[in-house]
Design a protein around this ligand. Structure first.
Ligand code: C2E
Ligand code: CA
Ligand code: CA
Length: 385
């Protein structure tokens, strides 16, 4: 993985010696197999063994062996790799076909950062679709294929609307409606997330401010919650573009909030905290999305400028029949209120879920029981009611 980066950073002579070291480890580990350097940083290993478990263990152990650090010119290196696995007969008969499928499996392993991946039927179609999404994404903003929908968030007691979450939608003529789960990570990997994210802010601010003006005379401010992915938040121009947006839009009738996930704090807590503090200075609140599914340590949480915890839908789904999930939700609510944060539950689909959540002190709800995400026109109707 990232051999080109090593070459660029340390020069080709170090690169060559690393390849020699890798070659030595390949041949040592795959003893009795045919080992070939395919070219560049790619190797092929052929084994006669048809025992799947044995072969996959061999791959797993190889990655461990490869990862053991070594020193060149006083510099320590530790190599990671991605392996694609194919099986003769099952996946094809011709060498070309097997190599191209091994390649696909390897790219999938790289994408998932999971070390190795065995080719399976359907991977080819999936990769073709991914490639097509990537191609179409490049022009989606300028071709005006994106739009934003708004899902109401309500107070647990009064059941009154307190705000909305903006959710991005993409309608492409050839692909149809592509769900955000499928294209957000791709937009990140092709470097488009900043542009796409900016579109969401621009559109949601324009539309939601106008909706509030037409439906909320003399009523409390509503808040607008916008999802911001980690890469987007860490983009050097993020804070600057937020300032520009605030200058161009009259945000006095709304409250702006961003939703981030816990993965933010795995990347770089210090930097994340600086950005969230800078946002707070600009009167922008932060909600911690998908809370409970990530890895953030509770110790980190207290020191951060976060005003809301958002309980993930997976816990709400099982709240009525799984005591463990109920206990977990109770703990999250206690944690939130102890730290002075509000707690919102997402994915509330049944009145019984809302009842048990509000009985346990949950402040806010969002989910199909109250409303699905709505376009601007339907949101006006919803809010007028
Ligand atoms: P999320 O932020 O966790 O959003 C909640 C998702 O749950 C939304 O799906 C929403 O439509 C869905 N949902 C809400 N209530 C219910 C319910 O009661 N039942 C069910 N079954 N689903 C419910 P959606 O819109 O497909 O968004 C998926 C994910 O895509 C979001 O998860 C978010 O991570 C990402 N996303 C969406 N819009 C944006 C955006 O503008 N920027 C970024 N960076 N990510 C976005
Ligand atoms: Ca969200
Ligand atoms: Ca969520």
């Amino acid at each position: 993985d990232n051999f080109k980066g090593i070459n660029d950073l340390y020069g080709h002579s170090i690169g060559d010696r690393i390849l020699l070291e890798v070659s030595a480890r390949v041949t040592a580990h795959f003893d009795g197999c045919l080992c070939i350097r395919q070219g560049g940083d790619e190797f092929i290993v052929l084994t006669r063994s048809g025992d799947n478990t044995h072969n996959l263990n061999l791959c797993r152990n190889f990655l461990i062996q490869l990862n053991k650090p070594f020193v060149l010119d006083g510099l320590e290196f530790s190599i990671q790799a991605s392996l694609g696995v194919v099986k003769h007969s099952k996946d094809g008969h011709k060498l070309d076909e097997l190599l191209s499928k091994a390649d696909m499996a390897m790219y999938e392993a790289k994408r998932l950062r999971c070390g190795f991946f065995a080719y399976s039927e359907g991977l080819q179609e999936k990769m073709q679709r991914t490639a097509m999404i990537e191609r179409e994404l490049l022009h989606a903003v300028e071709r005006e294929e994106f739009f934003v929908v708004y899902q109401p968030q309500v107070d647990a007691h009064s059941k009154e609307i307190i705000g909305v979450e903006a959710l991005l939608r993409w309608h492409n003529p050839s692909l149809g409606i592509v769900p955000p789960d499928e294209f957000i990570t791709l937009a990140e990997s092709v470097g488009l997330i900043h542009e796409v994210g900016f579109f969401v802010f621009e559109t949601a601010l324009t539309e939601f401010i106008s909706v509030c003006h037409s439906t909320r005379k003399n009523k409390d401010k509503l808040r607008l919650s916008i999802n911001v992915s980690v890469q987007q938040l860490f983009h050097p121009a993020f804070l600057r573009s937020i300032s520009q947006l605030q200058k161009r839009h009259d945000c006095s009738s709304i409250e702006l909030m961003i939703e981030v996930t816990e993965s933010l704090f795995i990347e770089d807590v210090t930097h994340a905290k600086e950005i969230l503090l800078a946002l707070k200075e600009k009167n922008i609140l932060t909600s911690l999305d998908d809370f409970g599914t990530g890895y953030s340590s509770l110790g980190v949480l207290g020191g951060l400028p976060i005003s809301e915890l958002k309980i993930d839908k997976v816990f709400v789904d099982n709240i009525l029949n799984n005591n463990q999930d109920l206990q977990l939700i109770k703990s999250i609510i206690n944690l939130g209120s102890g730290l002075g944060m509000s707690v919102i539950a997402e994915g509330v689909e049944q009145v019984e879920q809302a009842d048990i959540l509000s009985k346990n002190g949950c402040d806010l709800f969002q989910g199909y029981y109250f409303s699905k995400p709505l376009n601007k026109k339907d949101l006006i109707t919803f809010m007028s009611r």
